[in-house]
Design a protein around this ligand. Structure first.
Ligand code: M6R
Length: 364
């Protein structure tokens, strides 16, 4: 049942405020600011290192979470793609946790990476959408994301729910390790509880995004740029676009632009820039201006302050609500998804069942 939407993907994008509220309720019970994990004595004060492994969109959720665990909990993090990790057979130091993120819980490479870590890491954790899946069953602690069934091959609501659960896990780590004050923890808890309404405000940009997407459908290539927490999101935006619209897209950390990809820029190249008005904004804007100087078509996704400050010369501006710095990747995922969705619809591709792809990759 598509719930009145044209595609499952559209339905799943629209469901995000509701399912994320559900996800947050499970780990951040009302009446307190503490993240509570079910049935576990896990204490991050006894952990020296976190290894996170996944594929595709779930891998980008891990890359995002690395910033959170390092910044908020001062915990060293290694992130890898499951197909690389499993054959690299890396050493797993003492006092390590291994964490596997998978919507289906059945991805063959992720499961093999988990089995490699079993008996080597202190504990095996997973973040899954399917509680009875192989990855959940073989973990010491399986955290559900509570996104509900995801039918569209392109992952959307599972990604944002993975992010919400990983952020809450990073906050639990910060509390255990004493790296955030009670006020800072309360501030994050309040921001998380406000997230569904901020996501609704992001979804309100649907028409503006559709009209920008209509002008993108003829492009052969696109670039996505971001810094800090927006860098993994740029990777996710490029993956979404490739999967369903078949437009070639690449993502770079904004600071890498001048180390090569700037050579691609001409008046045919749309460049999507994710840049909330935060402490990295000025740096990203100066990269964006380098793109404009070479006639690249810049689509800036930012808040009202950011767009007002950098309006000159934009090809399109997409207005996001103001959001707590830590939560920005969850909110900016919405325009990344909608941009891919509307571009694919404008091109007439099969949005829910893109060519050559399967929802769950159970063979390597
Ligand atoms: O079920 P999983 O989360 O383990 O799947 C991982 C990837 O196959 C998946 O995220 C894939 O990249 C999606 N098609 C992305 O939209």
């Amino acid at each position: 049942d598509k719930g009145g939407h044209r595609h499952f993907m559209a339905k799943e994008i629209a469901e995000q405020p509701t399912v994320i509220a559900e996800s947050i309720r499970h780990y951040l019970p009302a009446g307190g600011d503490s993240v509570i994990l079910p049935d576990t004595d896990l204490d991050f004060a006894a952990v020296d290192r976190l290894t996170m492994v996944a594929c595709g969109t779930a891998f980008y959720a891990c890359l995002t979470a690395k910033y959170w665990f390092e910044q908020l909990a001062r915990l060293p993090v290694e992130v890898d793609i499951a197909s690389e990790f499993r054959y690299r057979e890396p050493p797993i130091p003492a006092r390590s946790l291994a964490l596997f993120v998978s919507q289906s819980g059945e991805t063959a490479d992720t499961l093999a990476a988990l089995r490699y870590c079993a008996g080597k890491a202190d504990r095996i954790l997973s973040v899954v959408n399917v509680p009875e899946s192989s990855i959940a069953r073989e973990s010491d602690l399986a955290l559900q994301i509570h996104a509900g069934p995801e039918i569209g091959v392109a992952s959307t609501k599972a990604f944002t729910c993975q992010l919400a659960v990983l952020l809450m896990l990073a906050l639990k780590a910060a509390a255990d390790r004493g790296t955030l004050s009670a006020d800072q923890l309360a501030d994050h808890a309040a921001a998380l509880r406000g997230l569904p309404s901020v996501l609704n405000a992001a979804l309100d940009q649907n028409d503006a995004i559709r009209s920008a997407a209509g002008r993108l459908a003829q492009s052969r290539d696109m670039l996505f740029l971001g810094r800090g927490l927006m860098y993994p999101l740029a990777l996710e935006g490029a993956l979404k676009l490739k999967e369903i619209s078949y437009i070639h897209a690449e993502a770079y950390a904004s600071g890498e632009l001048k180390h090569g990809p700037i050579a691609l820029i001409d008046d045919q190249m749309p460049v999507v820039v994710f840049a909330p008005r935060d402490r990295l904004f000025d740096k990203t804007v100066s990269n964006m201006q380098e793109v404009m100087a070479r006639k690249g078509k810049v689509i800036l996704v930012s808040d009202a302050d950011g767009i007002a400050e950098a309006a000159e010369g934009l090809w399109a501006g997409i207005h996001m609500p103001h959001v707590h710095e830590s939560l920005a990747p969850i909110v900016y995922a919405v325009p990344a998804q909608l941009l891919a969705y509307h571009t694919a619809v404008a091109k007439g591709t099969d949005v829910d069942q893109p060519r050559n792809l399967a929802k769950s990759v159970t063979v390597e």
